[in-house]
Design a protein around this ligand. Structure first.
Ligand SMILES: O=C(O)c1cc(C(=O)O)c2c(n1)C(=O)C(=O)c1cc(C(=O)O)[nH]c1-2
Ligand SMILES: [Ca+2]
Length: 708
């Protein structure tokens, strides 16, 4: 039980078998570096499509496929698993856990899934409704399935748990977290026996609201150290406090520790959450625990008193670096808050930190402690003012994985700039069931539909591949992309970087200088990270294609400035001698339809508020879709009052992921939402039609009401 087993040894010695990709970040160090060098800087320009496999979910695809001895295990949206022949793309088996459609709105950010774990002949993955599933890797048959969310955790509609991150396995234990801190959640991770699915231990990341034991591994540290950093009467006691571990969980065989990347607090609003006092441990932290017991070892809090959704869940990577003339085994981390951290992996000691993107919320880090030096203007919940924050809630770097190359000693970050306007909810904290409950003013989280406001915001949007020297903490080069929300990165022994982009292109770059070596039109945006592997001595690079995740969902039309594509979700793989061709695509997307007459007497402002509260997070800010889910302005559903109520109030489309909202809005309010959408359709119809009067018929910048 205490040993690593054959799979653990294989992952530790992954470089003896570079043909495989056995764990989420390829090795336990999660460096996403493949030593394979058949494809290199001199021949990457000759890459060809080897195969493609069309997926049955046209939503965001964020998965990192695993490759085990010529078989690819790819998880897709709606928590489905496909086992493909990694050389041909032929389906070997598929498993659909049949996640009920009505749970889509329990998660903030699309029904994505980031990947699987492999151990001893079984593949493991989480499902959006909270299960952890073990399948026989050969046959796809269910071995075991457990509900990772204990019954008493959900507290009705007050708290929300979804699983979209990849499980990790250490010493025969499958470790999995969850998401939900935008709604109300109390974050925890659980470890299950890989053979039987039996719960081994659980670690909560934030205290019990009554400072009582949970009979969990976290009891003693939470009661002795964390509880004191929260106000005993803040809204966190009802909302759960957050701290969800929705992406990064890393086992380090060198230190024999598991690192948890802990997310943002619930609710975001620090004043309402904790009466504006305390650091609120362990939100915005890396926490190190023991794999066998879940026992706390150390923590480093990157964003104390977070109020900006600055999660620390972003990928945790371990690497040996020369620090002050001495080789140290360190964690390098680029969380949402915009700073690049180097932390001693054994002790959690802060070694250095520097902003890797432009930041305006802090002027720097205390060189001794690593604590941010806050800009008082950023404390919007305490000073009562609005705050235009950079990074915003999507961070300087989100789930899209970064890579490290030991050949160049550089870290390659899919960096971005997406500002966010933070303003406190007026009149105290008021949660809404079935909605994000941030303690923020939902009338303010969107953009006004004026050319000036949109142009100013778009000017601030950035997306780029950033090559970062971690030892000297400085930028070495960057490759600018069209806009934010591009895919993760992999680095190779051939000195090539691979990255898919939001504009639908798949690229190979020279790892030493960013020179563009190759690009391929994948037809749809890529947000997932590529994987590199070989079968029968032939090297491949593969990636999941599919536009989605929170950026196009919530930002709506604005997200199209990263590149206009229409979703054709698939897995694509390249080799030097491929001969596959993608079928022709529909690149037009949702077409504007003449809107119906509206009822001008409806309360449009109330319709706007409820749309922004309940609908915008999926259907897009101000009723403009970002291209993934239906653009409601052109939907048949808005044409009839009763038809619209059947969908929104009665759940006629729950099987497709559209929940019913009659517990949140009464029939009058639902009708006001319909009238608001009709009004938006009328306001924007002609400009959307005009914006398509060009050679390829796809909308240009004028569709957003701006000239570029
Ligand atoms: O606080 C949370 O529990 C939580 C969960 C998730 C998630 O589960 O996907 C995201 C976030 N937060 C988040 O802040 C965020 O920016 C985000 C982006 C995405 C995505 O997949 O596009 N998920 C999440
Ligand atoms: Ca979050």
């Amino acid at each position: 039980r205490d040993d690593q087993g054959a799979t653990g040894e294989a992952i530790i010695h992954a470089d003896d078998h570079p043909e495989n990709w056995l764990t989420y970040g390829r090795t336990y160090s999660e460096q996403r570096y493949s030593p394979l060098d058949q494809i290199n800087t001199s021949n990457a320009g000759n890459l060809k499509l080897a195969w493609y496999y069309d997926l049955d979910t046209n939503r965001g695809q964020e998965g990192t496929p695993l490759i085990v001895d010529g078989v690819m295990y790819a998880t897709t949206n709606w928590s489905k698993m496909k086992a493909l022949d990694a050389a041909t793309g032929k389906l070997l088996w598929a498993y659909d856990p049949k996640v009920p459609g009505n749970v889509a709105d329990r998660g903030c950010c699309d029904t994505v899934n980031r990947g699987a774990a492999y151990w001893n002949g079984k593949v493991y993955f989480g499902t959006f409704d909270g299960r952890l599933i073990a399948l026989d890797a050969k046959t796809g048959k269910l071995v075991w399935s457990v509900n990772t969310i204990p019954k008493d955790a959900s507290l009705g509609k007050q708290r929300s748990y979804t699983v979209d991150g990849a499980p990790r396995i250490a010493k025969g234990r499958v470790i999995i977290g969850n998401g939900g801190a935008e709604f109300g959640a109390r974050g925890f991770v659980s470890a299950f026996d890989a053979e039987t699915g039996k719960l081994d231990w659980r670690f909560f990341t934030v205290p019990n609201p009554e400072n009582k034991p949970d009979h969990a591994a976290s009891d003693s540290i939470l009661m002795s150290k964390a509880y004191q950093t929260w106000s005993p009467t803040g809204a966190w006691t009802r909302q759960g406090g957050g701290g969800t571990v929705w992406d990064s969980i890393v086992y380090d065989p060198v230190t024999d520790l598991v690192y948890l990347g802990v997310g943002n607090p619930s609710p975001w609003n620090y004043k309402y959450r904790s009466n504006g006092v305390g650091d609120n441990l362990f939100v915005g932290s890396i926490v190190a625990i023991k794999p066998e017991t879940g026992e706390y070892v150390w923590h480093f809090q990157e964003t104390p008193m977070d109020q900006w959704d600055y999660t620390s869940v972003q990928q945790i990577m371990t690497v040996d670096l020369p620090i002050n003339g001495q080789t140290r085994h360190v964690i390098v981390h680029a969380p949402k808050n915009g700073f690049f951290y180097i932390i001693d992996a054994k002790t959690g000691e802060f070694l250095s930190g520097k902003n890797y993107v432009y930041v305006n919320w802090a002027s720097g880090l205390d060189p001794k402690t690593g604590r941010p030096i806050y800009n008082p203007d950023a404390m919007y919940t305490l000073n009562g003012k609005e705050w235009y924050g950079i990074p915003g809630d999507l961070g300087g770097h989100n789930f899209a994985a970064m890579a490290y190359s030991p050949k160049t000693n550089l870290v390659y970050i899919p960096a971005q700039q997406v500002p966010f306007l933070y303003k406190s909810q007026q009149g105290g904290f008021k949660p809404h069931p079935d909605s994000w409950n941030l303690g923020l003013d939902m009338n303010k989280v969107g953009l006004p539909d004026t050319p000036e406001a949109k142009a100013a915001f778009i000017k601030d949007l950035k997306g780029y591949l950033l090559a970062w020297d971690p030892v000297n903490q400085k930028e070495v080069f960057r490759v600018d992309h069209k806009g934010p929300w591009n895919g993760g990165i992999v680095a190779t022994g051939g000195n090539v970087l691979f990255q898919g982009l939001a504009n639908g292109e798949f690229h190979a770059y020279d790892a030493t200088n960013g020179k563009d070596l190759y690009h391929f039109d994948a037809q749809s945006a890529i947000i997932a990270p590529p994987v590199v592997y070989s079968v029968n001595g032939k090297q491949y690079v593969a990636v999941e294609v599919g536009w989605g995740g929170i950026y196009p969902f919530f930002l709506g039309g604005i997200a199209r400035t990263s590149g206009w594509t229409v979703n054709h979700s698939r897995v694509i793989a390249f080799s030097l001698d491929g001969d596959a061709k993608l079928p022709p695509s529909n690149d037009k997307g949702f077409l504007p339809v003449q809107p119906p007459e509206g009822d001008k007497s409806a309360d449009a402002q109330k319709g706007y508020f409820n749309f922004q509260t309940y609908c915008a997070a999926c259907h897009g800010d101000n009723a403009e879709s970002g291209g993934v889910l239906p653009d409601l302005r052109w939907s048949g559903a808005i044409r009839h009052k009763e038809g619209f109520y059947n969908v929104v109030g009665r759940g006629a489309l729950t099987a497709f992921g559209m929940d019913r909202f009659d517990a949140s809005m009464n029939p009058t309010e639902i009708e006001e939402v319909r009238q608001f959408i009709i009004k938006r359709a009328q306001e924007t119809y002609q400009r959307e039609v005009d914006a398509r009067k060009n050679a390829n018929g796809t909308p240009d910048a004028a569709s957003l009401g701006i000239q570029q």
